[in-house]
Structure formats: structure tokens, C-alpha cells
Design a protein around this ligand. Structure first.
Ligand SMILES: *[C@@H]1O[C@H](CO)[C@@H](O)[C@H](O)[C@H]1NC(C)=O
Length: 324
């Protein structure tokens, strides 16, 4: 029998021990170190983010009645983004894109700063024609996107709870709907499921002039729990009501994607990174990639499209008979 030197064995063991210790410390020190508070927020903190604080100016309460949608696409836009809405309706947001798969499309809008009655009238007409607009009466600004996100979750829970999956997706995104549907259909349906591009090393910006500035008063911790890039993420619809419930305990911050991450952390729900290995691919691509049919065929989203780029890209993507 070949003899394995004892000293070597010991060294190996010591190394292994050290390694596991590091892993343990690392895991302990990451997400788990962010404390949770289990008393609900004082009214003045919760009220601004509570969907009950605002009222609907336009709604589609019956959109999901007498059907069980497979997927609800929830797209935050501003009133003036008419061109984006038109492009989405003609491309990835069109109905009956995937045979026998029921997909619902809803745009979520707040109230613009300059409230032009003419623009509001046009929106009303658009809403009557397309039946895909939900509007609430909070000020539609970048810093209020957290409010909009909670409004979407609340709408989903109230008006579309029988749907299986929902996706929050920005308007400037290319969405490969058939790939997404396949991806979801090829796995067992589970609750508490949320997937996209997971960011594990997020930290708050303390520079007052940053677009993403966060004061220590609002968020004293020096890192974020894992969260999904807000460009696009997909989740099982049961999470909508859980996130709305969680938000009663989580101090609202103006970073909507991090805020959802904080609610998930409160709920002990781990976001799942949608990626492939060999070759490595982030399926929710948060860089902008130059359009190339076969590159896009293997991704769920790609970011950074103007409405006309979207229409242009889509028409090529839909061309028959391509193989990659
Ligand atoms: C957010 O919306 C509320 C309600 O309309 C408004 O009072 C507040 O000024 C808005 N906040 C920002 C930062 O735009």
C-alpha cells in the first residue's frame, strides 16, 4: 500500500479547515449581517410608499378576469412615453406572440409634474383603445419609482392574483418572449421564485451628487442584500402580496430595485441568477449589446433600446428560418 505522508495529510486537513472557516465567515458577513426589523414602520414612513395612499386615475380591474395568464408584463413608463408604448405593443408586448400562452401587458404611469389636460385626455383615449394602462395620482419622478413598483405589486395582487408569473420590465428593453416562456415552462413551478440579473456586491453611494445617493440616515448599513437589476426580473405571482406585506417593515428608499431586494431579504427569499454556464451567459443582459440575431436568440433581455431601434431589431429577429 502506498504511504501517504502524514505531514502532508495534516497540511491538507489544516488547509481545508481554514478554507471552510473563510467560507463560513464570508457567508456570515455578507447578506445575513443586514439586520431585519420586525416592528412595522411608523405611519409617516410607510404612508408615502403604501399603495393605499394613492388613487387610480385609470385602471384595468377586469384585465385578468376569466383567464389565467401565464405571464403578466408590467412596464413602468411616464405619460409622455407614448412612442415607447407603441413600439412595445408592436414588438415583444403584442398579444398572442406565443401560441396558447396567455400573456398580459400593462403599463404603469403616475402623474406628470406639468399636468396638461390635453395630454391626460390623449392618455385616456389611448387607454380606451388598448386597455393596457394603469395610472395613479402620485408624482411620476425618478425618485418615486419605488412607489410605482409597490403600486405594480399591489395591482398584481389585487387584480391578477391567478396569473402564474409576472415580469417587471423597463420600456427600453429588448425582450425575447419565446425564450422566456420556454425557460419558465421547462422548470417546475415554485412559489417564492424570483429571477433575473442578481447583484450581490451592491453598496450605497454616499456622494450627495450621485443619482443613486442614499443617506446614512435612510440606510445605515454599508452594503445591500442581493437584489435584482431593475431593468427586468421575473417572479412567481404569490410574491406580489408578500412584497407588499414586507414593505410595512422596510424603510422606503428611492432605489426601487434595491428596495425589492430589501423586501426579499425580509422575507428570506433568495433571488435566483438566470444564467448559463459553458458558455457563461447572463440571460438578463444588463449591458447594451450590439444587435446580432444569434446573440439575442440566447438571451432573455438586452437593455438600451430606443423605440425605433426596438422596432427595427424586432423585425429582423422575427424573420423566418434562422438557426443559430
Ligand atoms: C413622490 O410623490 C408624492 C405624491 O405625489 C409627492 O408628494 C412627492 O413630492 C414625490 N417625490 C418626489 C421625490 O418626486
Amino acid at each position: 500500500m502506498a504511504k501517504f505522508p502524514k505531514s502532508r495529510l495534516l497540511k491538507c486537513l489544516a488547509l481545508l479547515l481554514l478554507l471552510s472557516l473563510f467560507c463560513y465567515i464570508y457567508v456570515k458577513s455578507s447578506a445575513n449581517s443586514i439586520p431585519k426589523r420586525f416592528t412595522s414602520l411608523p405611519e409617516d414612513l410607510y404612508k408615502p410608499v403604501s399603495p393605499l395612499s394613492y388613487k387610480y386615475l385609470l385602471n384595468q380591474p377586469n384585465l385578468c378576469q376569466r383567464r389565467i395568464p401565464f405571464l403578466v408584463l408590467m412596464i413602468p413608463v411616464r405619460l409622455q412615453d407614448r412612442e415607447s408604448r407603441a413600439a412595445i405593443r408592436k414588438t415583444w408586448g403584442q398579444e398572442n406572440l406565443v401560441p396558447n400562452v396567455d400573456i398580459v401587458r400593462v403599463f404603469f404611469i403616475g402623474q406628470p409634474k406639468e399636468n396638461d389636460p390635453k395630454h391626460q385626455e390623449d392618455l385616456q383615449k389611448e387607454s380606451k383603445t388598448h386597455l393596457d394602462i394603469v395610472q395613479m395620482d402620485f408624482l411620476d419622478t425618478y425618485h418615486n419609482l419605488t412607489i410605482k413598483t409597490m403600486m405594480m405589486m399591489n395591482w398584481l395582487d389585487t387584480h391578477c392574483p391567478t396569473a402564474q408569473y409576472a415580469m417587471k420590465i423597463d420600456a427600453d428593453i429588448f425582450l425575447n418572449v419565446p425564450y422566456l416562456v420556454d425557460y419558465l415552462q421547462n422548470q417546475a413551478y415554485k412559489q417564492d421564485y424570483i429571477t433575473g440579473s442578481v447583484i450581490t456586491d451592491g453598496t450605497p453611494r454616499r456622494n450627495k451628487y450621485s443619482k443613486w445617493y442614499l443617506s446614512e440616515e435612510l440606510y445605515p448599513e454599508d452594503k445591500f442584500p442581493p437584489y435584482l437589476s431593475g431593468a427586468g426580473y421575473v417572479f412567481s405571482v404569490d410574491l406580489a402580496s408578500k412584497i407588499v406585506q414586507a414593505s410595512r417593515f422596510v424603510v422606503p428608499i428611492p432605489l426601487e430595485d434595491v428596495y425589492i431586494g430589501l423586501c426579499l431579504h425580509f422575507l428570506d427569499v433568495q433571488p435566483v441568477f438566470a444564467r448559463t454556464f459553458l458558455p457563461y451567459r447572463n440571460l438578463f443582459e444588463i449591458r447594451h449589446l450590439e444587435y446580432e440575431r444569434c446573440t439575442f436568440a440566447k438571451r432573455i433581455i438586452v437593455t438600451g433600446f430606443t423605440p425605433s431601434q426596438l422596432i427595427h431589431t424586432w423585425s429582423d429577429f422575427q424573420r423566418d428560418g434562422f438557426s443559430c
